[in-house]
Design a binder for this molecule. Structure first.
Ligand code: PGA
Length: 247
């Protein structure tokens, strides 16, 4: 069984314009050998990230969302082709804010994943249960439904990542315990194996939800956690560097 390389990814959400993007990369400087490091700035800041003085070229770049259509009359949207041309190699798909604030469905997620793969980019498929779903004992059913819908668009051997982000832990300061994370990651890993067999062992499964420099090492030590997807703590170079160091 191949173990995925550790991944530390930062999702800036709707924070940091072009100037702050350049300052961030200058302050972060070069990253240590070892983990894959990625930043998802706002799409409009990708060119600033690509050209940021002092950016370690090993830091991968991605967008936080795309539209599933190839092009057309979709005011305000970003296509995968545009994101790729602007320097994105990765695409977050189905982040909980997309699902819960913007009403994205499992079918939308599947269509986006298919389009991302068609252009040779790597989707990062986000899944996770709400607090109500967790309390109602629906963790497994929710993860199962979300991951199966996304996997339907993914041929075995495709390059992608999964991010487990319990909705109740995102931006709340509440973190899943390493045991909670291990349970969910185990469920997800089992689904990947069921659908894609041993090919899926190289797919990283990241944990996300209030990851900070102080809890990153414990979370990444949890069984089946291959890395982290960081929101708030990825905005400051110092905090993000601390999380990279923990990987
Ligand atoms: P958070 O966000 O680290 O601020 O909780 C995580 C995410 O939404 O990816």
């Amino acid at each position: 069984m191949s173990t995925p390389r550790r991944v530390v990814a930062g999702n800036w959400k709707m924070n940091h314009g072009p100037d702050a993007t350049r300052s961030f990369f200058e302050a972060l400087g070069s990253v240590p050998d070892g983990p894959r490091v990625a930043i998802f700035p706002p799409a409009i800041c990708l060119p600033a990230a690509v050209g940021a003085p002092g950016r370690d070229a090993r830091i991968e770049l991605g967008v936080q969302n795309v539209h599933a259509a190839e092009s057309g009359a979709y005011t305000g949207e970003t296509s995968v082709a545009m994101a790729a041309e602007a320097g994105a190699g990765l695409v977050l798909v189905g982040h909980s804010e997309r699902r819960h604030v913007f009403g994205e469905t499992d079918a939308d997620v599947a269509a986006k994943v298919a389009r991302v793969l068609q252009h040779g980019l790597e989707p990062v498929i986000c899944v996770g249960e709400t607090l109500d779903q967790r309390k109602a004992g629906q963790l497994e059913a929710v993860l199962d439904r979300q991951i199966r819908a996304a996997l339907a668009s993914l041929p075995a051997g495709a390059r992608y990542m999964v991010a487990y982000e319990p909705v109740w832990a995102i931006g709340t300061g509440e973190t899943a315990t390493p045991d909670d994370a291990a349970e969910a990651h185990g469920l997800l890993r089992a689904r990947l194996r069921e659908v894609h067999g041993g090919d899926s062992d190289a797919v990283p499964i990241l944990y996300g939800g209030s990851v900070k420099p102080g809890n990153a090492a414990d979370l990444m030590d949890a069984l089946g956690v291959d890395g982290v997807l960081v929101g708030g703590a990825s905005l400051k170079a110092e905090d993000f560097a601390g999380i990279i160091a923990a990987a």
